[in-house]
Design a protein around this ligand. Sequence first.
Ligand SMILES: Cc1cc2nc3c(=O)[nH]c(=O)nc-3n(C[C@H](O)[C@H](O)[C@H](O)COP(=O)(O)O)c2cc1C
Length: 193
Amino acid sequence: MGKVPPVVVGVSGASGAPIALRVLRALGEAGRPVTLVVSAGAKTVLREEAGVEASALAGLASELYDDSDLTAPIASGSTPTAGMAVVPCSSNTAAKIALGLGDTLLTRAAHVHLKEHRPLILVPRETPLSTLLLRHLTTLSEVGAVVLVASPAYYLRPTTIDDVTDYLAGKVLDHLGVPHQLYRGWKASERPR
Ligand SMILES: Cc1cc2nc3c(=O)[nH]c(=O)nc-3n(C[C@H](O)[C@H](O)[C@H](O)COP(=O)(O)O)c2cc1C
C-alpha cells in the first residue's frame, strides 16, 4: 500500500485562527498527514488571536513550509494530496486564488488543487461581504471550490465559542471526507445510529 497523501492546510490572515488550530488538531486525531503553510498575514493574526507563533504549529503538521517557498512539493500537481483547506481564508487570499495568482505557496497550492480538480475548501471570515469579495467567492464556487463561510449554526445551540469553533472545524473535515466527532448534526441524538 502506498503512502496516504496529506491534506494541505493553508492558514491565511482572516480572523479565525482558532478554527485553523482545531482543524489541525482534528486531522492529527484522525491520523491524517498534514502539509501546512501559513501566510504572512496569518502569522500576525495567530499572534493576536491565539497568542501563538506560526513555528509552534509545526507540531500539528507532518510538514510545514514557508509561504515564500515556491519549490515546495505542493506547488506542483505532480505531488498527490487528499485536498486542501484554506482556513481561515482572507479576502486578500480569496481574491488572489479567484484570479489565478500564485505568487505565494498558499495561493499556488490552491491553484494546483483547482487545476487538478481536487477538493479545495475555503473558509472566508468577513462581514459585511463586499461586492468584490462576493464576486471572487462566486468565481471560486463556479470553478469547484467549496465556500464554507465561518458562520455558526445557532440551531445546534452552541454555549461556548469552542462549540462554534468545533462546529466550523467539523464542517471543514466533512468536506475533506475525514470522519470526526466535532459536532453532532441537527437532531442527531433522535436519529438511529
Ligand atoms: C487581527 C486581524 C484580523 C483580521 N481579520 C480579517 C478578516 O476577518 N478577514 C479578512 O479578510 N482579513 C482580515 N485581516 C486582514 C488580513 O490579515 C490582511 O488583508 C492580510 O494582508 C491578508 O494576508 P494573506 O491573505 O496573505 O494572509 C485581519 C488582520 C488582522 C491583523
